[in-house]
Design a protein around this ligand. Structure first.
Ligand SMILES: Nc1nc2c(c(=O)[nH]1)N[C@H]1C(S)=C(S)[C@@H](COP(=O)(O)OP(=O)(O)OC[C@H]3O[C@@H](n4cnc5c(N)ncnc54)[C@H](O)[C@@H]3O)O[C@H]1N2
Ligand code: MOO
Length: 400
């Protein structure tokens, strides 16, 4: 048996580098930026007014002074009108401040007040003196030209995308989302809407994996279910135009374990026992064309746990994320439970009053699919611990 850490290290060492694609800002939320984005110009681009008011010479703008209004500057205007001594220009928020002006007097600080008028008045009288440079937003005060607006590796949310737009970019390099195929194997599997006869069960692994793959920041290209039949599986594997393949079932030592029979030794794919409970039988490797293949044990809880511990970090690496693992923290156990002394127990768990307890009454049984619905975390109990007692500190990974 190899340890959980060894298996993950082997996987991460063989994951190909993420690929880069160019996308429009409007379809890039949630993606990872693949290069530094620098501002194409200073932001703001030019000195502009922070208030609706009048651009003035500060020296003229004494309380009681009457100034002649010689220009009217709406936002968007490229004008740079001359303003002589005793003169002012009406100016709107965001409009370029005339080169001659060195302060803005807000509408409220003139006898005009905030009365809406289509045309500028002929004169205004100052009722409150501005500070020098009042309400002028300086070119480059937010970011100088050429400065890094958003660094490579940033996960793009609304705020970062707005900064990139303001830095003058419409299309950006991001890491491509890996396209993933999911293949469930098992002759006992029927669709969830079917009424299973004795021996049959609803197929749930592809449902779990499709949602988990999407949550991880990758895309499900296709899912399929195949019977325990070597030829059917081989046919499903022909030329899949994907970046990763996840299979479930048939990874153990059963007489009909077709995944292992068909894939063991193909490319670098090999099957190993990992010291993890559940999820001991694991297959991983690259196909001859270099596509990573994850062969997970069929039990639904084993699939959930194997995805979190091995597949999710790999998909996130492939998608360009810098943080590929869930944050971990330690919390006291709220109750005691048994663990296996030879494998790391990865237990679906709930957090109650900042203590952790199993999400089921049946421990970490790999078939207890219904109790997964209650779980919000995985509790990680080291391989050498066979009993967790109430109050022991336990490492948890919170899933949602
Ligand atoms: N003699 C041994 N038997 C088993 C061993 C062992 O070491 N020696 N290991 C056990 C462990 S641990 C696990 S885990 C399982 C893994 O078995 P497989 O990967 O071959 O999985 P299957 O046998 O195909 O299925 C196991 C279980 O899960 C159900 N299943 C499978 N696929 C789905 C699906 N898509 N949706 C819902 N449920 C699914 C399946 O019906 C079985 O009940 O092997 C142990 N045996
Ligand atoms: O390793 Mo298995 O996944 O315990 O049932």
């Amino acid at each position: 048996m190899i340890s959980v850490e060894e298996h993950l290290a082997r996987i991460l060492a063989s994951i190909p580098a993420p690929t880069i694609t160019e996308r429009a800002l409007n379809s890039s939320a949630g993606r990872v930026l693949a290069a530094d984005v620098a501002s194409r110009f200073p932001v703001p681009h030019f000195d502009n007014s922070g208030m609706d008011g009048y651009a003035v010479h500060h020296a003229d703008a004494k309380v009681g002074a009457t100034l002649r209004v010689v220009a009217d500057i709406p936002a968007g205007s490229a004008d740079d009108p001359r303003i002589g001594a005793g003169e002012a220009a009406r100016i709107m928020t965001g409009a370029a401040v005339p080169s001659d002006a060195d302060a803005i007097v807000p509408l409220e600080h003139t006898t005009e007040g905030t009365r809406v008028r289509a045309n500028a008045p002929e004169t205004i009288t100052i009722t409150e003196e501005p500070r020098p440079h009042a309400h002028i937003r300086r070119a480059g005060e937010d970011a100088p030209a050429g400065s890094i607006a958003v660094p490579s590796g940033t996960v793009l949310g609304p705020w970062q995308l707005s900064s990139i737009a303001s830095a003058g970019h419409e299309r950006i390099p991001v890491f491509a989302r890996p396209r993933v195929a999911v293949i469930s194997t098992g002759s006992e599997l029927v669709s969830p809407s079917a009424t299973p006869r004795r021996g049959q069960i609803p197929e749930s692994n592809s449902v779990l994996l499709a949602a988990a793959v999407t949550e991880a920041g990758a895309e499900v290209e296709w899912t399929t279910t195949v019977a325990d039949d070597n030829e059917a599986l081989a046919a499903a594997l022909v030329a899949p135009a994907v970046d990763a393949i996840i299979l479930t079932g048939g990874a153990s030592v059963g007489a009909f374990d077709v995944v292992k029979a068909v894939l063991n030794g193909v490319g670098s794919i090999e099957f190993t026992s990992v010291a993890m409970q559940p999820g001991k039988p694991q297959g991983f490797g690259l196909t001859p064309s270099g596509i990573p293949v994850f062969c997970l044990p069929g039990n639904p809880v084993s699939v959930a746990v194997s995805f979190e511990m091995f597949v999710r970090p790999a998909l996130r690496r492939l998608a360009g994320f810098l943080d590929i693992e869930r944050p971990r923290r330690t919390v006291p156990a709220g109750v005691g439970w048994k663990a296996r002394a030879d494998r790391m127990q990865v237990m679906p768990a709930i957090i109650v009053d900042d203590t952790v307890r199993p999400a089921t009454h049946g421990g970490s049984g790999s078939h207890l699919v219904m109790s997964l619905a209650q779980a919000t975390a995985l509790a990680l109990v080291p391989a050498d611990v066979s009993q967790v007692n109430a109050g022991d500190l336990v490492t948890v990974m919170e899933i949602r």
